[in-house]
Design a protein around this ligand. Structure first.
Ligand code: NBP
Length: 469
């Protein structure tokens, strides 16, 4: 019997996704560039699942029922192009390749074009949820043609995470829409992680709490409006002990945050499309700063931080909870706005509430807050601030955020995610920004023209008469 589907790339994600598909009753053929990885997978993880391992890519393709459906879970970038090139000689028009990696949406756009010309269907599919998600139910964000999606819809809906609003998979939109949405998902993820880290920083260095105490606070928060996967893993992380030293695990981890690029790509796309995503941008920048460990150590000897201890109190904990909620909402606001703009600019035809629905389960940014946001998001209100209820949600927490920011400033703690959330809200709700002065400066030195408030048209004036001869 031929396999229903094939999967290439048996690292963490590929192994778990293959097992997930097989456990839903499908026969899966698998292939990996390095044979040893395939052998280890079969030996260590495959039990009763119908998984057929192949060590020759031609035989792998021949083992699949037609039209062939092949998921790639290889490293993003050149490995995806290499794998597609290796597959192409054995594929026929109507066959489908699904790239489940974190590919850049522009690469997906190019591959979609190139494969369409050959009659090969292509889906760029964001997969979120890490290895556990891949095994037990990820959030799936496939984009491409509807015809391609129809070929695998049944399988994808079965393997996706389930919530009270259905499986966390939907046809996201045209061409590279799926990878664009996954990229922004990761941008939001970076921002929420940064905001949580800032709260942790305050707890550690101002409130002088030990990780166990922090863990209890995060666990309590997870029962309320902050309920989310990232808060849940944070309280679990904070109570974990290092087996070697007995110290809290978090205390023995070096403070250098890595990144694979999706956060940076989100900021780049936002800057290109002209959408403000300051909190996402700063979350990326803060990871970059974290890398300069040697420099930070040197500079910390040249500058003594003025830092006091602030005692833990119920009011302070409530303020921190509210500030974190504010920052989380700002992250979603910026991300959804970017998706809406990209959808219009690139004709993706993305259904914004549907995107939020498939983020309710399986993925890293799943959060109770999404239910609230979903009720308000639309193309007229993609940035979410356009409804009175959303504004009230933020306004109700504004005093808390201000107190937390003041405390951070007074104690010289960097809080880029929270302060950018504040500035984003304040700029967006400011009727008259000082940009009139910037326009005047631009016109002064570059004759860039400006608009007036009292009549139509663009204008340039001689700011210093007689200077240019
Ligand atoms: P990696 O991103 O670490 O990629 C390893 C896989 O890529 C291996 O199967 C490796 O084969 C294969 N590969 C490489 Br490297 N170069 C290749 C080439 N030139 N030709 C063919 N195969 C090649 O694996 P992962 O962490 O499982 O992630 C897979 C994809 O899913 C990535 O795009 C990742 O960004 C995305 N993703 C990961 C997560 C996560 O939590 N890890 C979550 C969501 C999405 P080899 O065995 O021969 O070296």
């Amino acid at each position: 019997m031929k396999s229903h589907i094939g999967l290439i790339g048996l690292a963490v994600m590929g192994q778990n996704l293959a097992l997930n598909i097989a456990r839903k009753g499908y026969k899966v053929s698998v292939y990996n560039r390095t044979a040893q990885r395939t052998e280890m997978f079969v030996k260590n993880r495959v039990r009763n699942e119908e998984i057929e391992a192949h060590y020759d890519i031609k035989k792998f393709v021949e083992s699949l029922e037609k039209p062939r459906k092949i998921i790639l879970m290889v490293k993003a970038g050149k490995p995806v192009d290499d794998t597609i090139s290796q597959l192409l000689p054995y594929l026929e028009p109507g066959d489908l390749i699904i790239d489940g990696g974190n590919s850049h949406y522009m690469d997906t756009e190019r591959r979609y074009e190139e494969l369409s010309k050959k009659g090969i269907l292509f889906l760029g599919m964001g997969v979120s949820g890490g290895e556990r998600g891949a095994l037990h139910g990820p959030s799936l964000m496939p984009g491409g043609s509807k015809e391609a999606y129809a070929l695998v819809e049944e399988i994808l809906l079965k393997i996706a995470a389930k919530t009270d609003d259905g499986p966390c998979c939907t046809y996201v939109g045209e061409r590279s829409a799926g990878h664009f949405v996954k990229m922004v998902h990761n941008g939001i993820e970076y921002t929420i992680m940064q905001a949580i880290a800032e709260i942790y920083h305050i707890m550690r260095d101002v409130m002088k709490l030990v990780p166990e105490e922090m863990s209890q606070i995060f666990e309590e928060w997870n029962k309320g409006e902050l309920n989310s996967f990232l808060i849940e893993i944070t309280y679990k992380i904070l109570r974990k002990k290092d087996e070697e030293t007995g110290r809290p695990m978090v205390d023995v981890i070096l403070d250098k945050a890595e990144q694979k690029g999706t956060g940076k790509w989100t900021s780049q796309a936002a800057l290109d499309l002209g959408i403000p995503t300051p909190s996402i941008n700063l979350a990326v920048v803060e990871r970059i700063i974290s890398h300069f460990k040697n420099e930070r150590v040197k500079l910390s000897k040249l500058y003594n931080k003025k830092r006091n201890t602030v005692q833990k109190s119920d009011n302070l904990i409530k303020d921190l909870e509210n500030a974190l909620f504010f920052a989380m909402l700002a992250a979603f606001s910026q991300g959804m706005w970017l998706i809406a703009e990209a959808s219009e600019e690139f004709n993706y035809n993305i259904d914004l509430p549907e995107v939020l629905r498939i983020w309710k389960g399986g993925c890293i940014i799943r959060a109770r807050l999404i239910d609230t946001i979903r009720k308000h998001v639309s193309y007229n209100n993609a940035y979410l601030l356009g409804s009175k209820e959303m504004i009230s949600l933020l306004e109700d927490r504004l005093d808390s955020l201000k107190r937390v920011l003041r405390m951070a400033v007074d104690n010289e703690i960097p809080v880029p995610a929270m302060s950018s959330a504040y500035n984003y809200f304040m700029s967006m709700t400011e009727e008259k920004l000082p940009a009139n002065l910037i326009q005047a400066q631009r016109d002064f030195f570059g004759a860039h023209m400006f608009q007036r408030i009292d009549k139509e048209g663009v204008f340039h004036i001689d700011w210093e008469e007689g200077e240019i001869v």
